[in-house]
Design a protein around this ligand. Sequence first.
Ligand SMILES: [Cu+2]
Length: 180
Amino acid sequence: MSAIQPPTSRYWWKQPLDRVEGTWIAIALVWCLIMFFMMPYWHIFGKQNLANEAFRTTPEAYQKRTQDMVDKYTVRTETDQKIPVVHPPAGSDVYLIARLWQWWPLLELEQGKTYRLHLMSMDWLHGFSLQPENINIEVHPGYDHIVTLTPTGAGTFGIVCNEYCGINHHNMASKIYVVP
Ligand SMILES: [Cu+2]
C-alpha cells in the first residue's frame, strides 16, 4: 500500500497492529510520559526557577525608593545621558525601573552576593531579559517584581526588553555589571 494509491483492502484499519508499529507507539508513549513527569520533577529539583515575588505598588512610591538608592550609592555616571551607575551594598534591595524606552539606573553588583532585585514598569508592559543567562520576567506597571538573585560570574550582562513596547523598543537595552 502506498499513500498515493487507495488501499487494496477497504477495511485496512482492521488489520492487526504490526509489531514494529506497536513498538514505536510504545516508545513514543513512554517518552511522552517521561517528558510529562520531568515537568514537575524539574520544577522542584531543577534549580532553574526564579525565586520571585510581586507586590502592588505605585509608580511614585517605586520611583522614590529607586531614587533613594541612586542618591546614596551612585559611583559614577555613564553615556552622555548621565545614567547613574549604582553600587549598592552587598545583600541589599536593588531597584531597576523599566520605562519608555530605558532601564534605569545601571546596577553594579558583587559576584557571589545575594540581592533582591526589584523591577517595575512606570508605564506599560516591558520584558526583562537578562543575557546571556536566559532569565525572562514580564515587568508590569503597578507591581513591584522581586527576584532574589546571586550573580555567580563576573562581567557585563545585557538587559533587553523582550515585550514589544513601542517605536523605540529596540533601543530599550541596558546592562548589569558584576564585579568580583
Ligand atoms: Cu520595553
